[in-house]
Design a protein around this ligand. Structure first.
Ligand code: TYM
Length: 354
């Protein structure tokens, strides 16, 4: 019984401004994980074409996500930061996964249904195949752990399904190459080439909600800018948005259970906890029984304390695009080397002559 070498991989799309949900659900976790893991963080520019083909500001968007990674504290020398289009092996493996994944699996993807909207006939084929490319992003490095927000959970389950079907369908081809590892999935022993990825979703803010409606996800596409904090917002904007955030009239509860049925309160407490690296219980230990008139100013101060240095550093980095491009080029070259090794193995397993 062996084990895959632990490797963290995650991606962020270069579409629209990054917001507090992206930061707490993803980027802040990326930073924490780099202490004890080999990590790869990718700006997924190929994915950005799925909903909208032409982007006037594509280079600026790619650089701004990269700047956010670096400003948040990711070390591009110790780890790998790159943009997806620099590693064509992602798209190559995605094609193979298009032939592994079943239509029935893709038809269950809720994000496709949401993004395609009513006029599904007009959605791109790329939007439909999106999760297959996402699986390829991860598995082209045989990555084992994927930090994401809760909205990506279904895509990671599909990634596991794709890996499992590939492993089983090609089991007799994998074994003689000596490249596989014996693992158990549930009760079942499998001789696996691709690992079963583990989503890293937990934490106090796996799903940051809109400030206007505690039942809706905080999102780049919400028409109201008051619904979210953008990573580039200044202190005034952060303060205004938190003060205007929807709440209920009651005081904060002293126990986490008391947040049930209070989505706005739950959201703000979760955000505070994530920003302070505390649990919700610890935050309620401090603020239980207090009114929002006390809690909100504390949340404003904490948010500015954490976010202002990040947005200042993002601005500084974005003033030097050639430095950002050199980080991506260096990361791209190192990523390509790893991806090509996997692809040669996959070509051999499938039986492509090379
Ligand atoms: P994207 O670009 O939409 O979002 C980037 C990350 O931010 C998280 N996130 C949130 N977390 C908490 N609360 C929210 N309101 C919120 N909104 C967004 C997302 O869960 C994500 O972690 N499909 C991915 C990009 C991707 C990817 C990958 C991720 C492509 N390939 C491989 C991991 C591994 C996406 O669209 O994320």
């Amino acid at each position: 019984m062996g084990e895959f070498k632990p490797l963290v991989f995650s991606g962020v799309q270069p579409t629209g401004n990054l917001h507090l949900g992206n930061y707490l659900g993803a980027i802040r976790k990326f930073v924490a994980l780099q202490e004890n893991n080999d990590c790869m963080y990718c700006v997924v520019d190929l994915h950005a074409l799925t909903a909208q083909l032409v982007h006037d500001d594509m280079p600026a968007q790619i650089r701004s996500i990269t700047a956010a990674f670096l400003a948040a504290g990711i070390d591009p020398k110790q780890h790998i930061v790159f943009n997806q289009s620099q590693v064509p092996q992602h798209a190559e493996l995605a094609w193979i996964f298009n032939c592994v994944a079943r239509l029935g699996w893709m038809n269950r993807m809720t994000q496709f249904k949401d993004k395609a909207g009513k006029d599904r006939e007009q959605a791109s084929l790329g939007l439909y195949a999106y999760p297959s490319l996402m699986a390829a992003d991860i598995l082209v490095y045989r990555a084992t752990h994927v930090p994401v927000g809760e909205d990506q959970k279904q895509h990671l389950e599909l990634t596991r399904d794709i890996a499992m079907k590939f492993n089983i369908d090609f089991m007799d081809k994998i074994r003689p190459t000596g490249l596989g590892i014996d693992i158990t999935v549930g009760e079942e022993p499998v001789h696996a080439y691709f690992p079963m990825v583990e989503p890293l979703i937990d934490g106090p803010a796996p799903r940051v909600m809109s400030f206007k409606d505690g039942t809706k996800k905080m999102s780049k596409s919400d028409p109201s800018d008051l619904s979210r904090i953008n990573l580039m917002d200044d202190a005034d904007a952060i303060s205004r948005k938190i003060r205007k955030a929807k709440t209920d009239p009651d005081a904060l509860p002293s126990e986490v259970d008391g947040l049930k049925g209070r989505p706005e309160a739950d959201n703000l407490v979760g955000i505070f906890a994530a920003l302070a690296d505390k649990t919700k219980a610890e935050v309620l230990g401090e603020f239980g029984g207090q009114q929002f008139s006390v809690f909100k100013p504390a949340l404003v101060d904490l948010s500015i304390e954490v976010l202002a240095p990040i947005s200042a550093e993002m601005r500084r980095l974005m003033a030097d695009p050639s430095y950002i491009d050199s980080v991506l080029r260096d990361g791209g070259a190192r990523a390509r080397e790893r991806a090509e090794k996997t692809m040669n193995e996959v070509r051999d397993i499938i039986g492509f002559v090379r």
